[in-house]
Design a protein around this ligand. Sequence first.
Ligand code: NAP
Length: 315
Amino acid sequence: MTKKVITIFGATGAQGGALARAILSDPASEFAVRAITRKPQSDAAHALSKLGADVVAGDLDDAASVGRAMAGGYGAFCVTNFWEHFSPDKELAQAKTMAQAAAAAKLQHVVWSTLEDSRKFVVPGSGEMPVLMGKYNVPHFDAKGEANQFFVASGVPTTMLYTSFYWENLIYFGMAPTRGPDGKLSFALPMADKKLPGIAVQDIGKCTYGIFKRGTVMLGKSVGIAGEHLTGTQMAQQLIAAYGEPVTHNALTPAQYRALGFPGADDLGNMFEFNRDFEDAFCAKRSLSESRALNPELLTFGAWLAANKSQLPKQ
Ligand code: NAP
Protein backbone atom coordinates (compact mmCIF):
# COMPACT_ATOMS: atom_id res chain seq x y z
CA MET A 1 0.00 0.00 0.00
CA THR A 2 1.36 3.44 -0.91
CA LYS A 3 1.37 5.62 2.15
CA LYS A 4 -0.07 9.12 2.08
CA VAL A 5 2.69 11.70 2.52
CA ILE A 6 2.35 14.30 5.25
CA THR A 7 4.76 17.22 4.95
CA ILE A 8 5.76 18.26 8.44
CA PHE A 9 7.18 21.72 9.05
CA GLY A 10 9.03 22.14 12.32
CA ALA A 11 9.84 18.42 12.18
CA THR A 12 13.13 18.94 14.02
CA GLY A 13 11.31 20.85 16.76
CA ALA A 14 8.80 20.14 19.49
CA GLN A 15 5.40 20.06 17.77
CA GLY A 16 6.42 18.79 14.35
CA GLY A 17 8.89 16.35 15.90
CA ALA A 18 6.17 14.93 18.13
CA LEU A 19 3.87 14.42 15.14
CA ALA A 20 6.65 12.80 13.11
CA ARG A 21 7.39 10.40 15.97
CA ALA A 22 3.71 9.61 16.50
CA ILE A 23 3.37 8.58 12.85
CA LEU A 24 6.73 6.82 12.54
CA SER A 25 6.21 4.78 15.70
CA ASP A 26 3.07 3.25 14.21
CA PRO A 27 4.16 0.62 11.68
CA ALA A 28 0.57 0.24 10.47
CA SER A 29 0.22 3.95 9.76
CA GLU A 30 -1.41 4.94 6.48
CA PHE A 31 0.91 7.99 6.45
CA ALA A 32 4.54 8.60 5.54
CA VAL A 33 6.54 11.53 6.92
CA ARG A 34 8.27 14.18 4.82
CA ALA A 35 10.25 16.13 7.41
CA ILE A 36 11.13 19.69 6.43
CA THR A 37 14.19 21.41 7.85
CA ARG A 38 16.64 24.13 6.87
CA LYS A 39 19.43 21.88 8.11
CA PRO A 40 19.13 18.37 6.65
CA GLN A 41 22.58 17.54 8.04
CA SER A 42 21.69 18.34 11.65
CA ASP A 43 21.56 15.65 14.35
CA ALA A 44 17.81 16.20 14.69
CA ALA A 45 17.32 15.63 10.96
CA HIS A 46 19.47 12.49 11.01
CA ALA A 47 17.47 11.15 13.95
CA LEU A 48 14.23 11.57 11.97
CA SER A 49 15.76 9.92 8.96
CA LYS A 50 16.76 6.93 11.09
CA LEU A 51 13.17 6.60 12.24
CA GLY A 52 12.02 6.43 8.62
CA ALA A 53 11.25 10.03 7.68
CA ASP A 54 12.08 11.43 4.28
CA VAL A 55 14.11 14.51 5.23
CA VAL A 56 13.74 17.36 2.73
CA ALA A 57 15.37 20.80 2.77
CA GLY A 58 12.96 23.70 3.02
CA ASP A 59 12.81 27.20 4.42
CA LEU A 60 9.59 29.00 5.29
CA ASP A 61 11.17 32.23 4.06
CA ASP A 62 11.69 30.68 0.61
CA ALA A 63 8.31 30.12 -1.08
CA ALA A 64 9.74 27.96 -3.86
CA SER A 65 11.19 25.53 -1.33
CA VAL A 66 7.85 25.40 0.53
CA GLY A 67 6.12 24.59 -2.77
CA ARG A 68 8.56 21.73 -3.41
CA ALA A 69 8.05 20.50 0.16
CA MET A 70 4.31 20.17 -0.37
CA ALA A 71 4.29 18.87 -3.96
CA GLY A 72 2.73 15.45 -4.48
CA GLY A 73 1.74 15.08 -0.85
CA TYR A 74 -1.54 14.28 0.88
CA GLY A 75 -1.36 16.65 3.83
CA ALA A 76 0.77 19.04 5.83
CA PHE A 77 1.40 20.10 9.40
CA CYS A 78 2.09 23.83 9.47
CA VAL A 79 3.77 25.58 12.39
CA THR A 80 5.78 28.79 12.74
CA ASN A 81 8.38 29.58 15.39
CA PHE A 82 7.77 33.06 16.77
CA TRP A 83 10.53 32.72 19.35
CA GLU A 84 13.24 32.50 16.72
CA HIS A 85 12.65 36.04 15.46
CA PHE A 86 9.96 37.70 17.66
CA SER A 87 8.31 39.06 14.48
CA PRO A 88 4.53 38.80 13.94
CA ASP A 89 5.05 40.03 10.36
CA LYS A 90 7.38 37.14 9.66
CA GLU A 91 4.96 34.66 11.21
CA LEU A 92 2.15 36.04 9.05
CA ALA A 93 4.27 35.85 5.91
CA GLN A 94 5.37 32.28 6.63
CA ALA A 95 1.80 31.15 7.31
CA LYS A 96 0.61 32.76 4.09
CA THR A 97 3.39 31.02 2.17
CA MET A 98 2.35 27.63 3.60
CA ALA A 99 -1.38 28.21 2.96
CA GLN A 100 -0.80 29.22 -0.64
CA ALA A 101 1.62 26.37 -1.32
CA ALA A 102 -0.79 23.85 0.21
CA ALA A 103 -3.57 25.10 -2.05
CA ALA A 104 -1.32 25.02 -5.11
CA ALA A 105 -0.31 21.44 -4.28
CA LYS A 106 -4.01 20.56 -3.83
CA LEU A 107 -3.37 19.01 -0.44
CA GLN A 108 -6.32 17.19 1.06
CA HIS A 109 -5.71 17.96 4.73
CA VAL A 110 -3.67 20.69 6.43
CA VAL A 111 -3.35 21.13 10.18
CA TRP A 112 -2.39 24.70 11.09
CA SER A 113 -0.98 25.08 14.60
CA THR A 114 -2.56 28.30 15.74
CA LEU A 115 -3.54 30.25 18.85
CA GLU A 116 -6.22 32.81 19.67
CA ASP A 117 -6.03 36.33 18.29
CA SER A 118 -6.48 37.98 21.70
CA ARG A 119 -7.57 41.22 20.00
CA LYS A 120 -10.95 39.57 19.44
CA PHE A 121 -11.30 39.52 23.25
CA VAL A 122 -9.45 42.69 24.28
CA VAL A 123 -9.22 45.76 22.05
CA PRO A 124 -5.54 46.79 22.16
CA GLY A 125 -5.09 49.85 24.33
CA SER A 126 -8.48 49.56 26.02
CA GLY A 127 -7.39 47.95 29.26
CA GLU A 128 -4.45 47.41 31.56
CA MET A 129 -2.53 45.26 29.14
CA PRO A 130 0.21 47.22 27.37
CA VAL A 131 0.01 47.37 23.58
CA LEU A 132 3.02 45.59 22.10
CA MET A 133 4.71 46.22 18.74
CA GLY A 134 2.18 48.92 17.92
CA LYS A 135 -0.97 46.82 17.56
CA TYR A 136 -0.77 43.56 19.49
CA ASN A 137 -1.72 42.33 22.94
CA VAL A 138 0.05 38.99 22.70
CA PRO A 139 2.13 39.09 19.52
CA HIS A 140 2.89 35.35 19.38
CA PHE A 141 -0.81 34.53 19.79
CA ASP A 142 -2.34 37.33 17.76
CA ALA A 143 -0.29 36.78 14.61
CA LYS A 144 -1.13 33.07 14.56
CA GLY A 145 -4.83 33.79 14.99
CA GLU A 146 -4.69 36.48 12.33
CA ALA A 147 -2.98 34.00 9.99
CA ASN A 148 -5.98 31.62 10.14
CA GLN A 149 -7.50 33.77 7.41
CA PHE A 150 -4.80 32.71 4.92
CA PHE A 151 -5.77 29.06 5.23
CA VAL A 152 -9.45 29.91 4.88
CA ALA A 153 -8.86 32.23 1.90
CA SER A 154 -6.63 29.74 0.09
CA GLY A 155 -9.46 27.20 0.17
CA VAL A 156 -7.15 24.45 1.38
CA PRO A 157 -8.99 21.88 3.58
CA THR A 158 -7.73 22.82 7.04
CA THR A 159 -8.11 21.89 10.68
CA MET A 160 -7.19 24.76 13.01
CA LEU A 161 -5.28 23.27 15.95
CA TYR A 162 -5.28 25.32 19.17
CA THR A 163 -2.37 24.09 21.28
CA SER A 164 -1.67 24.65 24.98
CA PHE A 165 1.22 25.63 27.25
CA TYR A 166 3.88 22.92 26.99
CA TRP A 167 4.81 21.44 30.35
CA GLU A 168 8.28 21.10 28.78
CA ASN A 169 8.56 24.88 29.31
CA LEU A 170 9.57 23.94 32.84
CA ILE A 171 12.60 22.12 31.40
CA TYR A 172 13.58 24.18 28.36
CA PHE A 173 11.97 27.63 28.72
CA GLY A 174 13.13 28.68 32.19
CA MET A 175 9.72 28.19 33.83
CA ALA A 176 10.68 25.67 36.52
CA PRO A 177 10.32 26.56 40.21
CA THR A 178 13.10 28.81 41.50
CA ARG A 179 14.62 29.09 44.96
CA GLY A 180 13.99 32.35 46.81
CA PRO A 181 16.28 34.12 49.27
CA ASP A 182 14.64 32.00 51.98
CA GLY A 183 15.88 28.86 50.20
CA LYS A 184 12.36 27.71 49.40
CA LEU A 185 11.08 26.72 45.96
CA SER A 186 8.27 28.64 44.31
CA PHE A 187 6.58 28.26 40.94
CA ALA A 188 5.75 31.55 39.22
CA LEU A 189 2.47 31.61 37.30
CA PRO A 190 0.82 35.03 37.06
CA MET A 191 -2.74 33.77 36.79
CA ALA A 192 -4.02 34.12 40.37
CA ASP A 193 -6.39 31.18 40.99
CA LYS A 194 -7.29 30.66 37.32
CA LYS A 195 -6.59 27.50 35.34
CA LEU A 196 -4.00 27.17 32.60
CA PRO A 197 -4.49 24.44 29.98
CA GLY A 198 -1.21 22.53 29.64
CA ILE A 199 0.00 19.56 27.63
CA ALA A 200 2.98 17.27 27.12
CA VAL A 201 4.64 18.02 23.78
CA GLN A 202 4.42 14.36 22.75
CA ASP A 203 0.64 14.63 23.08
CA ILE A 204 0.47 17.53 20.62
CA GLY A 205 1.95 15.07 18.12
CA LYS A 206 -0.33 12.21 19.11
CA CYS A 207 -3.48 14.37 19.04
CA THR A 208 -2.49 15.78 15.65
CA TYR A 209 -1.95 12.26 14.36
CA GLY A 210 -5.47 11.51 15.62
CA ILE A 211 -6.77 14.47 13.59
CA PHE A 212 -5.09 13.22 10.41
CA LYS A 213 -6.42 9.69 11.03
CA ARG A 214 -9.98 10.96 11.39
CA GLY A 215 -9.55 12.71 8.04
CA THR A 216 -12.38 14.42 6.26
CA VAL A 217 -14.65 14.84 9.30
CA MET A 218 -12.02 17.22 10.71
CA LEU A 219 -11.86 19.56 7.73
CA GLY A 220 -13.01 23.10 8.43
CA LYS A 221 -12.99 22.43 12.17
CA SER A 222 -11.17 24.09 15.08
CA VAL A 223 -9.78 21.71 17.67
CA GLY A 224 -8.22 22.71 20.98
CA ILE A 225 -6.07 20.26 22.90
CA ALA A 226 -4.82 20.02 26.49
CA GLY A 227 -3.79 17.30 28.91
CA GLU A 228 -5.12 19.09 31.99
CA HIS A 229 -6.40 22.50 33.10
CA LEU A 230 -4.59 23.44 36.32
CA THR A 231 -4.14 26.45 38.59
CA GLY A 232 -0.67 27.55 39.68
CA THR A 233 -1.41 26.18 43.14
CA GLN A 234 -2.42 22.80 41.71
CA MET A 235 0.74 22.69 39.60
CA ALA A 236 2.88 23.62 42.60
CA GLN A 237 1.24 20.85 44.66
CA GLN A 238 2.20 18.30 42.02
CA LEU A 239 5.72 19.71 41.77
CA ILE A 240 6.25 18.87 45.46
CA ALA A 241 6.43 15.16 44.64
CA ALA A 242 8.76 15.78 41.68
CA TYR A 243 11.20 17.87 43.76
CA GLY A 244 10.77 15.95 46.99
CA GLU A 245 10.39 19.21 48.91
CA PRO A 246 7.81 21.98 49.37
CA VAL A 247 6.96 24.11 46.32
CA THR A 248 4.56 27.04 46.59
CA HIS A 249 2.72 28.98 43.90
CA ASN A 250 4.16 32.47 43.39
CA ALA A 251 1.11 34.34 42.09
CA LEU A 252 2.94 37.28 40.56
CA THR A 253 0.75 39.85 38.87
CA PRO A 254 1.07 39.97 35.08
CA ALA A 255 2.71 43.40 35.50
CA GLN A 256 5.35 41.89 37.80
CA TYR A 257 5.91 39.10 35.27
CA ARG A 258 6.33 41.58 32.38
CA ALA A 259 8.85 43.46 34.52
CA LEU A 260 11.08 40.35 34.77
CA GLY A 261 12.56 41.78 31.60
CA PHE A 262 13.80 38.68 29.78
CA PRO A 263 13.21 38.68 26.00
CA GLY A 264 9.50 38.04 25.49
CA ALA A 265 8.53 38.70 29.15
CA ASP A 266 6.07 41.41 28.07
CA ASP A 267 4.47 39.08 25.49
CA LEU A 268 4.23 36.23 28.01
CA GLY A 269 2.96 38.52 30.79
CA ASN A 270 0.17 39.66 28.48
CA MET A 271 -0.48 36.04 27.47
CA PHE A 272 -0.94 34.94 31.09
CA GLU A 273 -3.17 37.97 31.72
CA PHE A 274 -5.29 37.04 28.70
CA ASN A 275 -5.44 33.38 29.79
CA ARG A 276 -6.40 34.48 33.31
CA ASP A 277 -9.09 36.95 32.28
CA PHE A 278 -10.66 34.64 29.69
CA GLU A 279 -10.17 31.39 31.63
CA ASP A 280 -13.60 30.03 30.75
CA ALA A 281 -13.34 30.53 27.00
CA PHE A 282 -9.68 29.50 26.89
CA CYS A 283 -10.27 26.26 28.80
CA ALA A 284 -13.55 25.49 27.02
CA LYS A 285 -11.74 25.70 23.69
CA ARG A 286 -9.37 22.95 24.86
CA SER A 287 -11.59 20.03 25.76
CA LEU A 288 -9.85 17.32 27.77
CA SER A 289 -12.32 14.65 26.67
CA GLU A 290 -11.90 15.54 23.00
CA SER A 291 -8.11 15.53 23.40
CA ARG A 292 -8.30 12.08 25.00
CA ALA A 293 -10.60 10.83 22.25
CA LEU A 294 -7.99 11.91 19.68
CA ASN A 295 -5.18 10.42 21.76
CA PRO A 296 -6.11 7.82 24.41
CA GLU A 297 -2.53 7.96 25.77
CA LEU A 298 -2.93 11.63 26.80
CA LEU A 299 -0.80 12.42 29.86
CA THR A 300 -1.88 14.30 32.96
CA PHE A 301 0.59 16.75 34.51
CA GLY A 302 1.32 14.22 37.24
CA ALA A 303 2.08 11.47 34.73
CA TRP A 304 4.26 13.87 32.70
CA LEU A 305 6.13 14.90 35.85
CA ALA A 306 6.70 11.28 36.88
CA ALA A 307 8.26 10.58 33.49
CA ASN A 308 10.26 13.82 33.25
CA LYS A 309 11.20 14.87 36.78
CA SER A 310 14.86 13.93 36.29
CA GLN A 311 15.06 16.58 33.55
CA LEU A 312 13.73 19.41 35.67
CA PRO A 313 16.50 21.90 36.40
CA LYS A 314 18.00 21.40 39.84
CA GLN A 315 17.61 24.61 41.81
P1 NAP B 1 10.83 24.48 18.24
O1 NAP B 1 10.88 23.23 19.03
O2 NAP B 1 11.45 25.71 18.84
O3 NAP B 1 11.51 24.24 16.83
C1 NAP B 1 11.37 25.17 15.79
C2 NAP B 1 11.13 24.42 14.51
O4 NAP B 1 10.77 25.33 13.47
C3 NAP B 1 12.36 23.67 14.03
O5 NAP B 1 11.96 22.41 13.56
C4 NAP B 1 12.86 24.54 12.89
O6 NAP B 1 13.48 23.77 11.87
C5 NAP B 1 11.58 25.10 12.35
N1 NAP B 1 11.75 26.37 11.65
C6 NAP B 1 11.92 27.59 12.22
N2 NAP B 1 12.07 28.53 11.25
C7 NAP B 1 11.99 27.87 10.06
C8 NAP B 1 12.08 28.29 8.72
N3 NAP B 1 12.30 29.57 8.40
N4 NAP B 1 11.94 27.37 7.76
C9 NAP B 1 11.74 26.06 8.08
N5 NAP B 1 11.66 25.60 9.34
C10 NAP B 1 11.80 26.51 10.32
O7 NAP B 1 9.34 24.84 17.82
P2 NAP B 1 7.93 24.40 18.42
O8 NAP B 1 7.95 24.64 19.90
O9 NAP B 1 7.52 23.08 17.92
O10 NAP B 1 6.98 25.47 17.74
C11 NAP B 1 7.20 26.84 17.97
C12 NAP B 1 5.87 27.54 18.07
O11 NAP B 1 5.08 26.93 19.10
C13 NAP B 1 6.01 29.01 18.48
O12 NAP B 1 5.54 29.84 17.46
C14 NAP B 1 5.16 29.11 19.75
O13 NAP B 1 4.41 30.32 19.79
C15 NAP B 1 4.25 27.91 19.65
N6 NAP B 1 3.71 27.42 20.92
C16 NAP B 1 4.52 27.25 21.98
C17 NAP B 1 3.97 26.82 23.18
C18 NAP B 1 4.83 26.66 24.41
O14 NAP B 1 4.27 26.42 25.48
N7 NAP B 1 6.16 26.78 24.30
C19 NAP B 1 2.62 26.52 23.29
C20 NAP B 1 1.82 26.68 22.15
C21 NAP B 1 2.37 27.14 20.98
P3 NAP B 1 15.06 23.80 11.51
O15 NAP B 1 15.76 24.65 12.52
O16 NAP B 1 15.47 22.36 11.54
O17 NAP B 1 15.09 24.36 10.13
